[in-house]
Design a protein around this ligand. Sequence first.
Ligand code: HEM
Ligand SMILES: Nc1nc2c(c(=O)[nH]1)N[C@H]1C(S)=C(S)[C@@H](COP(=O)(O)O)O[C@H]1N2
Ligand SMILES: [Mo]
Length: 882
Amino acid sequence: MEDPNRDSQGVPEAIEKLDIQKPRDALPPTPPETDDGASNSSADAQVDIPLPPPSTTPEKVLDVDLKTPDAHIPRDPRLIRLTGVHPFNVEAPLTDLFNEGFLTSPELFYVRNHGAVPEVTDAEIPNWEFTVEGMVDNPLTISLRQLMSEYEQITCPITLVCAGNRRKEQNVVRKTKGFSWGAAGVSTALWTGVALSEVIRRAEPKRKAKYVCMEGADKLPNGYYGTSVKLNWVLDPNRGVMLAYNMNGETLTPDHGKPLRVVIPGQIGGRSVKWLRKLILTEDPSDNWYHIYDNRVLPTMVSPEQSANDPKWWTDERYAIYDLNPNSAICFPVHEEQVSISQGPETYRARGYAYSGGGRRITRVEITLDKGKSWQLANVEYPEDRYREFERDLYGGRMDMSWRESCFCWCFWWIDLNKEDLKNAKDIFVRSMDESMNVQPRDMYWSVLGMMNNPWFRVTIDIQGDTMRFEHPTQPALMPGGWMERVKKAGGNLANGFWGERLEGEGQEAAKVDEQKEICMIKEGLKVPITIDELRKHDTAEEPWFVLNGEVYDGTKFLEEHPGGAQSIVSAAGVDATEEFMAIHSETAKTMMTNYHIGSLDDAARTTLAAGETEAGAASETREHFLQPKVWTKAILHGKKIVSWDTRIFTFKLDHAEQKLGLPVGQHLMVRLHDPATREAIIRSYTPISEINDLGYMDMLVKVYFATNGSKGGKMSMAMDSLPIGHFIEMKGPIGKFEYKGEGLCLIGGKERRIKSFVMICGGSGITPIYQVFRAVMRDREDRTKCTILDGNRLFEDILVKEELEALSEGNDAKCKILHTLTRAPGHWTGLRGRITGKLVEEHCVRDQETLVLICGPETMEKAMHVALKEQGWQDDQLMFF
Ligand code: HEM
Ligand SMILES: Nc1nc2c(c(=O)[nH]1)N[C@H]1C(S)=C(S)[C@@H](COP(=O)(O)O)O[C@H]1N2
Ligand SMILES: [Mo]
């Protein structure tokens, strides 16, 4: 760890100047504002309406967004990006979404943006204008100021669902023309605004007007985003269609339509146009490109190719989708949850959500543990109903839901399942039914756009000894995992009607979906070799070349038209984009690639690129150890725990559940990431804090060195901090000349050496490699090696893994001594003060031939210790610098 630029160790002075960002306040939800201000009076004690969860508006623009047109929007890093960096299409981790409860905070609310987000400042909000035009006698231009003052203001809870919710399941069966939503493309808010019917009536629709077309301010490759719904729906008070400028009592965030959007309850989210600019009354449905080519369920036998060749599939209004279909998902057990069969309660409470469309109530939710032979009824809670008695103002809008019996929101179900029954089952399924007796089907209805996917939601159960392990169907975006992927890899046919399983005596093939076709993406006969230098020259926004499977493509001509926006092609310039490209694009898109194919990387270029890239690791599924010394391997960011304002524990997922990291105690690994803005590769070494033998996962403790006025911050730690969950980093290793074999046996540069004690000197996150060795010594009863830790930090809060160190030292007094010294100790601090000095080492440690000093910390500290210890007579071969 000689790199002076490293992020993993050291405590730069600049930190002192930073304001400490407080962790999310666990404040109770704000009480509703009411006209009479009486919401808190005892008279209202019986009012019990769901209020928004505590919300923290993100203040920082994430690094990943800086180079995109959305660089003006601070966002929550927990959101899972489904289409790379840009455009912004995200869902929250399912468990986080579910745990928010009935209402979703704006920062975790799913986002579906077809392109860049229009920028509107707070000052511009009142002057934002939209028109009501077309077949009306009284065309209007209305400012938001007028809308807020001249119309009645209303507030209503409404769930939005993207038609693509649960699409990943379709994509695993056969790639659709759409990206991979998990089951969290659904969110709920209290919307404040005006009934759209009121606005339309003032414009006096002509008799023949039948549709309301809507248009947003987001300019996309095929024009402004727009769509339409029927005029009679808009005028029907039961349908509750509204214009909204607030969600959960706050101004709409940019991603959700700031300053004004349409909200259409009970229909797919795609109809709820954001950044509303125009309402046009027409005789026919919208002719907007996005109305025609998006939000449809084409007949299942129409292939991507057929749909691309024949526009009639797209213009047939019968295939357009409006009302949602009934749908449900299991949220608990969570994906990969493990439950002990014998320990704890006898039952397990399964929980999840359900929703339907058109205002129809979910009237039952059913669970089966035997693949549909028998069903149990789950309990259903409708938090939405609790607002029906609340006839009063909320967030400046009148809430009036008692007369209208429609259900505009999701509901929650739960059921206590006997663990004995679960033990004997292979899976848990949920299905819901609505008041029209629409019930979720057993079989998937695959279609080109992969929309409205709603087959029974299945979680599998795997019994290992006393443990039940649960698996969801998929994970969103590129995130690996889920039983569908597993079954597919094992050669199962997911469309056989039995979830890809072979059932004895029931071999009938059911719904048939064509096998995925291999699409040829290269121009036949084209033989142009391209060197790495040529490729690198086109690492530009003007002429972006990128690589797919060793072939070079020039995206320049398609930048303007690209449905994914120019930015996503530019971000791929100069690099191998195979994995992301293949995961996002449909067969249609792949067919188009021949037009952009310009040549093949020459052998030298392939080698160079491959050396820089991750090798797929041929046997990654079976490798016992994750790390490979010469090849970068990808690990997926699975979770991120915020330990303090600047410290995180990142959890990375390895290739498979049984895999070990493969790192000997005392060694490190290299981590590689690309700078989100410049895409320059950043490489640093780290030592994980998870146990060496943990299976399937590894944890890394990282201190983030934020940029300040005085310093640029730590490139790696900032890049890692802005890495979205589900994205990967690359690792290689092990490296390091030191290894601890146990019971005093060390390997230094491959040579064995026996020692009796360690002096462990560290600062800041330099504790991490030390911690691995210390834990190995303390955990092993036979190991009698003595350890003295001298850990230097600035503030008390900066001490890392303090509790863990204490837990390890408990009962081990004879074996270890842990000393913390602080340069800015609080008054009541009873430990040591000041920096780690030679004197301190002399006072607390014995110098002899059987002692080894391990040193890891900021470069200045390592240097100073080197000098001081040499002066005391320590030999170089007794000092190990990490
Ligand atoms: C000339 C090269 C390219 C062509 C012809 C192309 C074509 C398309 C097409 C037809 C779609 C619509 C969805 C579909 O049919 O699958 C699409 C969407 C998309 N593409 Fe590309 N693409 C190109 C390059 C890239 C690259 C290099 C990236 C980044 C790795 C990328 C990222 C995206 C994204 C993120 C979307 C989804 C946008 C959304 O639905 O919000 N594309 N592309
Ligand atoms: N102007 C505009 N409106 C839009 C979209 C868009 O890209 N542009 N996306 C639509 C889709 S497909 C959905 S699902 C919802 C998502 O709303 P949200 O991002 O606030 O969750 O907005 C809809 N309205
Ligand atoms: Mo959507």
